[in-house]
Design a binder for this molecule. Structure first.
Ligand SMILES: [Zn+2]
Length: 408
């Protein structure tokens, strides 16, 4: 039912039967488009009951290819103990411990479908681990470019999955530059290389959109009043918004939409800054620094789409400091029994701030995304003095580094 790809800037259509990157005319992000009228006639949301509890249960609205799957998606929607109308969508239970599994399951599925061989990715950490795992499952080569101070788990998992890892002295934007250099080499096309950077190929969004389908299905096809989403590249926001539009066209939901909230780290908040200034795109954030490594994205490629959907949904963008994030990580663990990734715990910081200002009321149903498991950040949490209890023994001096991960 996948009919074509459509540029999100100029609306130009491109064929979906071959690998595509971004719009050749204006570098806009390409979205997969489906024959939703036919799907509406031949498939209904009631037919989802009893299907496999993975994101591929929504294969009616995904590309028709043999999935490379490790059981990703359909993660728990947990009721908060602390706030009766809050749900925590726990993406930490995905394969590789983060929401990145969804996008990379879809992207690697399509890469294998198109016969690509070598997949390159610049990553802040968790996308690298996911690409490495799905490439291993597909029998493809993964080439990872990530900052040298990523959490230890990201580095080790990529190594174990058999990926080629290049550690870069810089941020994800510097890693992206390394991948761009590779593209100029003679072997790029000849050897079947492909760049699976966030939003620079059309299918990671397709994987991530399943979060939107799940929110609706798990809440009984009711939309919440709000969704709070930790935003690095912001693909999940784009994907969920796309899912809501598709579901409305399919008659699965009405025209109601949640207010979409982007939460970023105060140490790297390009979307928050652009939102506050009323701009339609972001500027490169300089000297990005935060222990929430997944939020160290100085300029999301999909910024224009993120800012547009925040506006359309009457949402907002809000930042959380590292100290607030660490407090929230500990608080969620203690109060909810959820050991979240620091990025995920930022959702709680945002929720509490938005409750304090009256943006959300106690009776509003709000879904907070925990994007990953805290188990992937043990070194980050252990080496951060803000989170340490006074009774803990002192760490070696080389690990006493605030905010950023220590050396290995
Ligand atoms: Zn275009």
């Amino acid at each position: 039912m996948l009919t074509h790809l459509e540029c999100t800037r100029c609306g130009e259509h491109y064929p979906a039967d071959r690998p595509q990157t971004v719009c050749p005319k204006d570098a806009g992000i390409l979205y997969a488009r489906y024959d939703l009228d036919t799907i509406k006639r031949t498939f209904s949301s009631a037919r989802l009951a009893g299907r496999n509890p993975t994101m591929w249960r929504y294969d009616a609205v995904l590309p028709d290819a043999n999935p490379v799957t490790l059981g990703e998606g359909f993660t728990p929607m947990l009721s908060s103990r602390e706030y009766p109308n809050v749900y925590i969508k726990d993406e930490g239970l995905n394969p590789t411990g983060s929401f990145k599994a969804r996008g990379l399951s879809a992207a690697v599925t399509m890469a294998r479908h198109f016969g690509l061989k070598k997949l390159a990715i610049p990553s802040a950490g968790n996308a690298a681990g996911a690409l490495a795992a799905y490439s291993a499952a597909a029998g493809l080569e993964a080439h990872i470019f990530m900052p040298k101070d990523v959490p230890m788990a990201n580095r080790i998992e990529c190594d174990y999955y058999g990926a080629q890892v290049t550690l870069v002295d810089g941020l994800i934007s510097d890693c992206a530059r390394k991948v761009a250099e590779l593209k100029n080499s003679d072997s790029w096309e000849k050897d079947g290389w492909f760049d699976v950077s966030t939003t620079k190929e059309p299918y990671r969004v397709e994987g991530k959109k399943t979060m939107g389908y799940e929110v609706a299905e798990q809440l009984g096809w009711r939309m919440p009043q709000g969704i709070i989403y930790p935003t690095g590249g912001g693909v999940g926001l784009l994907g969920m918004w796309k899912a809501f539009e598709e579901m409305e066209a399919l008659g699965w939901i009405g025209s109601e939409r949640p207010r979409m909230i982007s939460v970023q780290s105060a140490g790297c908040a390009p979307i928050v800054k652009a939102w506050d200034e009323g701009k339609s795109s972001s500027e490169m954030w300089t000297n990005a620094a935060t222990l929430a490594s997944g939020l160290r994205v100085p300029k999301p490629y999909g910024d224009y789409l993120i800012l547009d959907l925040l506006k359309k949904s009457k949402g907002t963008a809000i930042s959380a400091t590292d100290a607030e994030i660490l407090d929230a990580t500990r608080h969620w663990s203690k109060v909810e029994g959820i050991f979240a990734a620091p990025e995920g715990a930022a959702s709680l910081v945002a929720y509490e701030k938005l409750r304090a200002t009256g943006f959300f009321k106690a009776e509003d149903t709000v879904v907070l995304f925990n994007t990953g498991t805290g188990l992937k950040y043990l070194d980050v949490l252990d080496s951060n003095p803000v989170a340490a209890k006074p009774t803990q023994s002192a760490k070696p001096a080389t690990r006493q580094i605030a905010g950023i991960i220590g050396p290995y």
